[in-house]
Design a protein around this ligand. Structure first.
Ligand SMILES: Cc1cc2nc3c(=O)[nH]c(=O)nc-3n(C[C@H](O)[C@H](O)[C@H](O)COP(=O)(O)OP(=O)(O)OC[C@H]3O[C@@H](n4cnc5c(N)ncnc54)[C@H](O)[C@@H]3O)c2cc1C
Length: 414
């Protein structure tokens, strides 16, 4: 009997297992995870789960009974310690050895740490345990300092501020999220957080931390000392690629793969956040940390393991929810693209399009889901549009869609 081993307990592994069974594979599947929970969704950990409005039962990637019902062996609390690609073996932390016909590495990422910043009052956010520990400390009137104004920092700031916590965010750039999403989103989110009482200190970094009996003292680069109760370090992540590197598999920031998810070792695939994957449509190798992409990589891996040769050409999509606002993005802009603003930053309803070669290559939207949905369709369709048309709010983006898609839409809305 063939045996497929999936290393990692995130959505990418879970989607691979589901994909293999739905494609009719009836051989052995073993999913190895060093976590104690069945694979779960991480996005709620900095949103509803942290706020206490989400039930952990509903956070699972596949329903609890799914693994037993589908004869998928799950080894929880077990690390894959070594891979031997020549002998097709994985050695586990409990001393066990698994033979494989195909191996999927979906080991994800871990939070980047700051040397000297550790202890009971210092947090990072990747797991259910991290979210539960942080939630327990978000008491009204306490002071939380967040290092890093990226997605996790901003989402936690929103939840904490809503719960009456005093929040200060230190962001080295000019505005939160601006480095990844551009200055318009940065300015809008800076204003939105300010209205909720979050203090965002831009162009500023914290260099040192001292823990006293009851509090933390943080020193800034400019020599200021800021006291707080808890610190969240949200300064990005590091790919868990060491297992692959030690086995001689090519790694460059993440585990390098082709468009089929294949690594440099035979029958070893890498998917999800850990993969630096060639995207044929974008014409480059990218490592992205998006829930949707990780899941879709899983479905794609299942097909390729079973003998198809399906390149992953889907557009990268992600979202971030903060207060009542939602940022959504699809596509890949690239530095060479022209950025075009549509809508109003002041009204907090706008989209920033990337435009290259006479077409849209990506969009980032703030509270404009319709632009996102139309762009999703346009990215999959030949179209031509000028930057003036994109910037003109009276220009109907849907008119760029082929007639049949517009007709279908009109019929559906009747
Ligand atoms: C707090 C938070 C909020 C997020 N919010 C959003 C959002 O709003 N929108 C969005 O698009 N994305 C969001 N993301 C990103 C999204 O969750 C990730 O893209 C997704 O989880 C990636 O899935 P994965 O399976 O590739 O990796 P992971 O989810 O990182 O899972 C990897 C798994 O492998 C395990 N592992 C690692 N090494 C080993 C080993 N040697 N042996 C065994 N197991 C191992 C890890 O413990 C983990 O269980 C968020 C992430 C976090 C942490």
């Amino acid at each position: 009997m063939t045996s497929f081993v999936l290393v990692g307990g995130g959505v990418a592994s879970a989607a691979t297992a589901a994909g293999l069974r739905s494609q009719g594979y009836d051989g052995r599947i073993v999913l190895v995870s060093d976590e104690l929970h069945l694979p779960y969704e991480r996005p709620p950990l900095s949103k509803e789960f942290l706020a206490g409005t989400f039930d952990s039962g509903g956070i699972q990637a596949n329903p609890e009974g799914w693994y037993a019902d589908n004869d998928v062996e799950v080894l929880l609390g077990t690390r894959a310690d070594a891979i031997d690609p020549a002998r097709r073996r994985v050695t586990l932390s409990d001393g066990g050895v698994l033979a494989y016909d195909a191996l999927v590495l979906a080991t994800g990422v871990r939070a980047r740490t700051l040397p000297g910043f550790s202890g009971d009052r210092v947090h990072s956010l990747r797991s259910i345990a991290d979210s539960e520990r942080l939630a327990a400390r978000l008491t009204p009137g306490s002071h939380l300092v967040i290092l890093g104004g990226g997605f996790i920092g901003c989402e936690v700031a929103a939840i904490a501020a809503t719960q009456g916590v005093r929040v200060t965010v230190f962001e080295r750039g000019a505005a939160p999220l601006a480095r990844v999403l551009g200055p318009d989103i940065g300015d809008a989110m800076m204003a939105i957080h300010g209205e909720h009482g979050v203090e965002i200190r831009t162009g500023q970094s914290v260099t040192e931390m001292k823990e006293t009996a009851s509090r933390i003292e943080l020193s800034t680069r400019d020599g200021e000392v800021v006291e707080c109760d808890e610190v969240l370090v949200g300064i990005g992540s590091v790919a868990n690629a060491e297992l692959a590197a030690a086995a001689g598999i090519a790694v460059d920031g993440g585990i390098v793969t082709d468009e089929f998810g294949r690594t440099s070792a035979p029958d070893v695939y890498a998917i999800g956040d850990v993969a630096s994957r060639h995207h044929p449509t974008y014409g480059r190798t990218l490592r992205v940390e998006h829930h949707d992409t990780a899941m879709r990589h899983g479905g794609n891996a299942a097909r390729n393991i079973l003998g198809e040769a399906v390149p992953f050409t889907e557009d990268h999509y992600f979202w971030s929810d903060q207060y009542s606002h939602s940022i959504k993005s699809i596509g890949h802009g690239g530095v060479e693209a022209t950025k075009v603003l549509r809508g109003s930053v002041a009204d907090r309803s706008f989209s920033v399009f990337s435009h290259a070669g006479g077409r849209i290559t990506s969009v980032v939207t703030l509270d404009r889901p319709q632009d996102l949905m139309t762009t999703r369709k346009l990215l999959a369709t030949p179209h031509e549009v000028t930057t003036d048309q994109l910037a003109d709010p009276d220009f109907d983006l849907k008119s760029l869609l082929p007639q049949r898609q517009r007709t279908r839409r009109a019929e559906a809305s009747r």
